[in-house]
Design a protein. Structure first.
Length: 369
């Protein structure tokens, strides 16, 4: 396994659905599954396996003292219920285990903190079993070091996507969007999203009028001649705009509130999650900005102020007040699939009206209701 932290999926699907589920896991960047290699099927795959089978890449021994298969990384699964169990994990690990799998029935954070602190120096990897995405997040962040891997049993590809964001390895394809129209549209309500995290230069949120065409709106870490930097804030856009959530669904900006989680991305599309500390809705003068990526056209309604910035392909920032027709900015776009209550759907037909002077844009889309 890689030295970086890893999400290991234990597929909770039957053999018939496994053939479809495994390629989806690979597409999301999963490298290892907790599965007998015999169940991988005959199709070529790069997925590695961890199980009790000696044919696995990483072999879970049935008990201490079991014969170690040659050329394999080996480990043991432990159930931790007390401090005595923690000492037992440490003692056995020192005898040459490459990894340990930790399961805590009555999950508490302290036992795992103790194990991480003690095993961190002897190069034994720690894999913890998580029952839901919230536990995945906690286990990757304990002591800021986190476990080396989390074994997560699921049948939902959306849960896998959400967990990958917590791991910090999920990415989105970013493309160059060409600005085709900029127009003042009067006053409207816009949403300032104040996160509980410090945001870096180049990072922002994906925002747009359409769920499949989202602009990278930069945070306020730069400031201006009139305002001080607010490196935790994204002046995101109008209340109707979409933003992408860690679980792959969309939310209207009007729905974002204290305790919500939002995606923070850089211009390379590398994503992490942030918790919202406060969302402020205020009436301000607004701009309509439209752009194109190939045949796709998207737009955003954003506040008409110099502190709202997009990110150029070269990484430089451009204020919406200095934006010109023909400029290129970074955005995330994909073929329209539509959304219903934030979830993708593909079977309903809707006519979307973008400009009365131009042809209607037709697409198979069911926007969130």
């Amino acid at each position: 396994m890689n030295k970086t932290r890893e999400l290991i999926i234990l597929p909770k699907v039957n053999q018939a659905k496994l053939e479809k589920f495994l390629p989806q896991l690979e597409e999301e960047g999963i490298k290892t599954v907790y599965l007998d290699p015999k169940k991988l099927g005959k199709k070529k795959t790069k997925l590695q396996t961890i199980s009790t089978s000696n044919s696995s890449n990483y072999v879970v021994l049935e008990k201490e003292g079991a014969v170690k298969p040659k050329g394999k990384k080996v480990g043991i699964k432990f159930e931790v219920l007390s401090n005595t169990d923690i000492e037992n994990v440490l003692s056995i690990s020192k005898k040459g285990l490459d990894f340990v799998i930790i399961e805590v029935k009555d999950w508490k954070i302290i036992p795992l903190e103790n194990i991480i602190a003690k095993l961190h120096k002897i190069h034994t990897k720690i894999f913890a079993i998580a029952r839901n995405t919230k536990e995945v997040r906690k286990m990757f962040s304990i002591l800021e070091v986190g476990v080396d891997g989390v074994i997560f049993s699921t049948s939902s590809i959306n849960e896998v996507k959400e967990a990958m964001v917590y791991l910090g390895t999920r990415s989105f394809e970013m493309k160059q969007a060409k600005i085709i129209e900029i127009k003042e549209v009067g006053d409207g309500e816009r949403v300032c999203v104040d996160t509980a995290s410090m945001l870096h230069k180049g990072e922002g949120m994906l925002i747009g009028n359409r769920s499949n065409f989202l602009f990278l709106v930069h945070n306020e870490s730069v400031g201006s001649s009139f305002t001080s930097p607010r490196p935790f804030r994204v002046n995101a856009g109008a209340v109707h705009c979409y933003t992408l959530s860690p679980d792959g669904t969309t939310n209207y900006l009007s729905e974002v509130e204290t305790g919500s989680e939002v995606l923070i991305l850089n211009s390379k599309g590398e994503a992490r999650r942030a918790t919202v500390g406060r969302a402020k809705i205020e009436r301000r003068p607004m701009l309509m900005i439209k752009a194109s990526i190939g045949n796709e056209i998207g737009g955003i309604i954003a506040q008409d102020a110099e502190t709202i910035r997009f990110v150029k392909p070269n990484g430089q920032l451009v204020s919406v007040t200095h934006l010109k027709k023909g400029d290129t900015v970074m955005a995330h776009s994909k073929p329209a699939t539509g959304r219903h209550f934030g979830m993708e759907v593909s079977d309903e037909y809707i006519l979307e009206k973008w400009n009365t002077k131009r042809a209607y844009q037709l697409e198979r889309t069911h926007q969130k209701k």
